[in-house]
Design a binder for this molecule. Structure first.
Ligand code: BTN
Length: 267
């Protein structure tokens, strides 16, 4: 089923429209966009949001699997073009902030952000984001895939390997009890909020994005972390010192000196 969204909450129009494609199932909403991207560019269908009731082959960062059973979570990807003269380096942060704002609007709970874009409540992972960039015909296309744990009632509803470090909106907001959250409204809020942040990013509102990212990740300041550097597959231990003006992570290592990381993952 397809529909189109062109207005934000406050009634202002998006710069374009957002086409929403709803699938009952697919292998991965990121894959679905990737395989259709060429066609959609030609027919001017971007930006697009694809959401699926379940994923048979949901993908996480660093080649991990993202368990995607029906009714439990939100499996949604956005596909859009990006001007090559604009750096997409703040996109992961803006995507993370979109999820934080969505969860807060839906449940009243404001999660924290573990740089660059893991969304946490009580130190446990509530949502993950997989961003993939494709260059075609000298244009850059971004696919931002968002998975949010919504209706799991307890740790037992997660796969054993992530059980102790995963949480859902229902567990955080309702102690895992009572009514399930309807997924449709969560998706609609996410669509509005994500398009709003994307717009800010395109308008170069860098300071606002960095400022809110700093607030959302303040809980980690001065805590010892292990950082995975994908470039050389190395683990580095250090003290998290915050986010610099470029949105990069500042890690205090060994002798009190700071190292700046532009990509990687806090373990
Ligand atoms: C992570 O490893 O934290 C990122 C998880 C991203 C999962 C989402 S679910 C929707 C989209 N489709 C996928 O296959 N992955 C992303």
């Amino acid at each position: 089923m397809n529909e189109s969204l062109s207005e934000s909450f406050d009634g202002t129009r998006f710069p374009g429209h957002l086409e929403i494609i709803k699938l009952e199932r697919c292998d991965s909403t990121n894959n679905y966009i990737k395989s259709s991207m060429d066609r959609w560019v030609d027919t001017g269908r971007l930006p697009v949001m694809v959401t699926s009731g379940l994923q048979t082959c949901g993908r996480g960062r660093e080649q991990r699997h993202w368990e995607s059973p029906p009714g439990m979570g939100l499996y949604t990807s956005f596909g859009f073009t990006w001007q090559l003269n604009q750096s997409p380096h703040l996109l992961p942060l803006a995507a993370g902030l979109s999820v934080i704002e969505t969860v807060e609007r839906i449940s009243g709970i404001r999660p924290g952000l573990k740089w660059p874009n893991d969304v946490l409540v009580n130190g446990k992972k509530l949502a993950g984001i997989l961003i993939e960039n494709v260059i075609a015909e000298s244009r850059l296309f971004c696919i931002t895939g968002i998975g949010i744990n919504v209706n799991q009632e307890s740790a037992d509803d997660f796969p054993p390997e992530i059980r102790i470090r995963a949480i859902s909106i229902k567990m955080a907001a309702r102690d895992g009890k009572g009514e399930d959250f309807q997924l449709e409204p969560v998706n609609r809020v996410l669509a509005h909020v994500f398009m709003g942040w994307l717009d800010k990013l395109k308008q170069g509102k860098t300071k606002e994005i960095i400022g809110i990212t700093r607030e959302a990740s303040a809980f980690l300041i001065n805590r010892e972390i292990t950082f995975h550097q994908p470039a050389d597959n190395r683990l580095v231990r250090g003290i998290f010192k915050g986010i610099n003006d470029d949105g990069a992570l500042i890690l205090e290592t060994g002798n009190g000196s700071n190292t700046i990381y532009y990509s990687g993952e806090i373990i």
